[in-house]
Design a binder for this molecule. Structure first.
Ligand SMILES: [Zn+2]
Ligand SMILES: [Zn+2]
Length: 314
């Protein structure tokens, strides 16, 4: 995409050309482990498991307030990943006013999945080189590589892919200060909210660490599960798949096959009631003037593509 909005026809055609017979390509081995990323990801998982143990054995008190705190942190930062990092910054499926961008940049740090620049650069590579050597989370390197292996390896985002985004100072600021900002929004703010009702430690552990691990794996499932299981209603020229149950597993990134085929559409489920909090959030934002020019694929084109495809065995 090279930082510019592509029309759906061009994007789809390019993807398909690049995605022919991915298995025929000799793939290079995955990059070596990144000691820093590996240690951090492992540490958060260990802390989460210990936290659940402390909760089960009653060492820490986890009230309904802490569970609500954790759910809100989860819902807000997950919606930011789908509506902001994915559909705004990576695909430019709509235009957003600066207060909405500021909201995404602040809450996006709380998801601790890298800066918007890093996330979008790697995701644009994922679409352009899907299933090929330059796909950062190439499913042909195995389920676990696509799920979490790539996260803890020395991947090098190509920031030339996001020159349009790095032109905005807010994005550069978030990228520069991502580390400390993610500690503040991902851990300290949930804990500070917990302190207001007397559960600082529980909120730090449950709304911080446990919530983060659950959220990570839900997002990671888009790169692993959604390229592994499910049906291919719109294209078999890439490995992306979709299924109704997947929408609940991945916070509304419902039909990944639809998304890879029509990447400029702001939706992943075409029907209004398809579980897709990102789509609903963008739509609400458009009604209050925070989002404009929402891109929707021509329904006739979607149907034409769907009926032309020989049904897959799934
Ligand atoms: Zn995408
Ligand atoms: Zn994908």
């Amino acid at each position: 995409m090279s930082g510019q909005c592509r029309d759906t026809e061009t994007a789809t055609t390019k993807e398909h050309v690049l995605s022919v017979q991915p298995q025929a390509e000799a793939l290079p081995p995955p990059p070596p482990l990144d000691a820093g990323k590996f240690t951090f990801v492992l540490l958060v998982h260990i802390v989460s498991l210990i936290s659940i143990g402390l909760w089960i054995y009653g060492t820490i008190t986890v009230s309904g307030w802490t569970l609500f705190n954790a759910f809100m942190c989860f819902a807000i930062s997950s919606t930011t990943i789908t509506a902001g990092y994915h559909r705004l910054y990576s695909h430019r499926t709509y235009r957003a006013a600066w207060p909405l961008k500021l909201f995404f940049l602040i809450t996006g740090t709380g998801a601790v999945q890298g800066s918007a620049l890093q996330w979008a650069a790697q995701h644009r590579d994922h679409h352009t080189f899907c299933d090929h050597a330059k796909d950062p989370y190439n499913i042909n390197l195995g389920f676990w590589h696509a799920h979490i292996g790539w996260v803890i390896r020395q991947t090098q985002p190509d920031y030339n892919r996001v020159k349009d985004l790095s032109a905005e100072w807010m994005n550069r600021f978030q990228h520069k200060w991502f580390g400390p900002l993610s500690i503040i929004t991902g851990f300290l703010i949930p804990a500070a909210i917990g302190a207001l009702y007397g559960e600082f430690l529980s909120a730090l552990l449950i709304a911080g660490a446990v919530r983060l691990v659950i959220q990570w794996h839900m997002t990671f499932c888009v790169n692993s599960v959604a390229h592994w299981w499910g049906s291919q209603k719109y294209s078999t020229k890439h490995t992306a798949r979709g299924s109704w149950w997947l929408s609940f597993l991945v916070w509304g990134e419902m039909d990944h096959n639809f998304h890879h085929t029509f990447p400029n559409d702001f939706r992943t489920g075409t029907r209004w009631f398809d579980f897709d909090p990102g789509k609903w959030f963008i739509w609400v934002c458009s009604k209050i003037g925070l989002a404009q020019e929402l891109k929707v694929t021509d329904p006739e084109k979607i149907e034409r593509v769907r009926v032309q495809l020989v049904p897959s065995a799934d």
